[in-house]
Structures are given as structure tokens and as C-alpha cells.
Design a protein around this ligand. Structure first.
Ligand code: BTN
Length: 319
């Protein structure tokens, strides 16, 4: 997207109609140039109605470092936050900057190549999702990081609780579920060696609303924050709350690993004590009753052969 397109989108942020002429006047360009700059902008749901002009399908509260900083208060000192207008993936970008200080945050307005777990795609459009990555360093090696992704799920749950999100739960290992489907996901990528210091990039995507364009692209039931919060937060206070909870959880994780979060994770577990099916990487399936997680974050499944523990697989509903 060109800088001109971004300027125009900012003028359209209120979600009201703006005529091509008025938009052009503000930027000192012709109506035809406005039209060209707004033609077929990927990831942006834009309406154009003859005689009325252009408007965004819903208002866009853009990410704002100052507002995020104010919401963070004293915790602001722990983070270096950068907002990118557009990037393929905040995780890819932050992994490229792996030498950056602990606490570096990249939040992206429009992620065009969002990546999910197991090679999946994470779909989001302009303003409808919070998509960001946080770089964190641990003194321990990669082998001590098992359970980190579940601990991150606990931090996200705690942050969403602050906004009274109703009916939210966690699915092993770290999906955020709401009654209508998946509300958010976590992609953790790490650098380092098994025993030395390690660097992780924690990528989080949360659906704030689900415009049709995005809902159609997602291949599984999905949900958004505006369906579960009576007063949904905008993305700036949401990001600040997530970072605050992440810092608390990651500090504790660095000292004691996942064990202190184990029982809390189980309280948030949407499928606790329910029959589930675990699809293994080799395509085979294991059925059982979900009996929580181990201190290392493995899924405990009560099967016909007794309790078994798993550190990989995709959880589905038992058939
Ligand atoms: C999943 O549930 O499969 C994980 C989804 C993670 C998506 C987030 S959005 C911000 C960060 N950048 C990415 O490319 N992916 C993560």
C-alpha cells in the first residue's frame, strides 16, 4: 500500500462517508487519484457508493504508541513498542531482528501474511484484529521452555478477564476459544541452544471483530471480542493489558517454569474432563478424556490404556 493510500484510509477512519472530492481536496489530489489509490486495497473492507463516496465497513481505531504507553503506566519502561503499518508477519519481522532488546514489541496494523501454528495462515484485515509479537529472553536453554506457550495462554486469559470477556476458554496447547469459535492464537518461535540462553518471539493474534471478508477466509469456526465483551476494548488498551499480563507471567515462568500455572490453566481449559480426540502428526488419532496438563505443559489424556501424556497433536471433538 502506498503512503497516499494510508493517508486516505486515515481520513476514512471514522467509518463515515467521505466524498472523493473532499478526500482529494484534503490531500491536494484529484478525485481520479483518490479512486486509484483506494482501488482494490487488499485486507481493507471499503464501500464505495455513487453520490456518497467512500467509507470503511467499520470505524478503524488505529494503533497508537502514546495511548498504549499511557495504558501501560509504570510498565511502559519494560517495552519498546514499534507500530508497523503493514508487514507480512510480525513474527517473521521480529525474528529477523532477534538481536533487539528483551521487551521489543512489533504491532502491525495490516498483516498480509500472518502465520499460524503448523503452517496455517492467520487471517486479519485492517483494524479488525490485534496482531503483534513480543521478543523475550530467558537465561535458560530451549529445553526448559516447555509449557511456555500454555503460560502465554494464561496471560491472555487474565488480560481478557479484565475486559469481562464472557465464555472464554483455552484449548491445548494455546488456542483462545469463545462460544462461537476461535478468538485468538499464539505462535511461538525460538532461537538459542538447548542449554544456553534463549530468545523467543511470542506472536499473538486476537480477533476484535469479524468482517465478512475475514470470516469467509477462515476455515474453522471463529469468534471475535465484540461478540463476548459488552464493552469491547479498542486495540490500544487491549495490547497494554496483554503486555502487562505477559510480563508478569514471563517473569514467573523464568524462575519456576510452567508448574505454578498448571492448576490455573486447567481452570481455564475449555475441554477439561471432556471427551476429545487428538490428531497426531502421523495422521493417527487418539481418543480420551482430557485430564488437564502436566507441569511441563503436556496434555494428559485418559485413554482405554490409562493416562497418557502428549506434547504434540491437534485437539478436536471426540467422534
Ligand atoms: C495459531 O493459532 O495458529 C497461531 C496464530 C498466531 C497469529 C499471530 S498474529 C501475530 C503473529 N504474527 C504472525 O504471523 N502470527 C502471529
Amino acid at each position: 500500500m502506498t503512503p497516499r493510500t494510508w493517508q486516505l484510509l486515515r481520513q476514512l477512519a471514522d467509518g463515515e462517508f467521505h466524498s472523493g472530492e473532499a478526500l482529494g481536496r484534503q490531500l491536494g489530489i484529484s478525485r481520479a487519484s483518490v479512486h486509484n489509490a483506494l482501488a482494490g486495497v487488499a485486507g481493507v473492507q471499503l464501500q464505495r457508493i455513487r453520490g456518497r463516496g467512500y467509507r470503511l465497513a467499520e470505524p478503524w481505531h488505529f494503533l497508537d504508541g502514546d495511548e498504549i504507553g499511557r495504558c501501560l503506566g509504570a510498565d511502559a519502561a519494560r517495552f519498546q513498542i514499534e507500530i508497523l503499518q503493514q508487514a507480512a508477519s510480525s513474527n517473521t519481522e521480529l525474528m529477523r531482528r532477534a538481536g533487539a532488546p528483551c521487551g521489543t514489541v512489533l504491532a502491525v496494523e495490516l498483516q498480509t501474511g500472518g502465520r499460524g501454528r503448523i503452517g496455517r495462515v492467520w487471517h486479519s484485515g485492517l483494524g479488525n484484529a490485534l496482531t503483534f509479537s513480543l521478543l523475550w529472553r530467558f537465561d535458560c536453554g530451549l529445553n526448559a521452555l516447555s509449557g511456555l506457550s500454555l503460560a502465554v495462554g494464561v496471560a491472555i486469559f487474565r488480560a481478557l478477564e479484565k475486559f469481562n470477556a464472557a465464555g472464554v476458554g483455552l484449548k491445548w496447547p494455546n488456542d483462545i476459544l469463545a462460544p462461537g469459535g476461535k478468538l485468538g492464537g499464539v505462535l511461538i518461535e525460538a532461537q538459542g541452544d538447548m542449554y544456553g540462553p534463549s530468545t523467543v518471539v511470542i506472536g499473538i493474534g486476537i480477533n476484535c471483530s469479524l468482517p465478512l471478508m475475514i470470516a469467509r477466509a477462515i476455515d474453522q469456526p471463529a469468534a471475535a471480542l465484540n461478540q463476548v465483551c459488552a464493552a469491547p476494548p479498542t486495540r490500544n488498551p487491549l495490547l497494554a493489558a496483554l503486555l502487562q499480563e505477559l510480563a508478569r507471567v514471563l517473569d514467573e515462568f523464568a524462575i519456576a517454569g510452567f508448574a505454578p500455572f498448571c492448576r490455573e490453566w486447567e481452570r481455564y481449559h475449555a475441554q477439561q474432563d471432556m471427551p476429545i480426540q487428538l490428531k497426531m502428526p502421523d495422521g493417527s488419532c487418539v481418543q480420551g478424556i482430557a485430564r488437564g496438563v502436566t507441569d511441563a505443559g503436556e496434555l494428559r489424556l485418559e485413554t482405554a490404556q490409562g493416562i497418557r501424556q502428549f506434547n504434540s497433536g491437534e485437539v478436536g471433538v471426540a467422534s
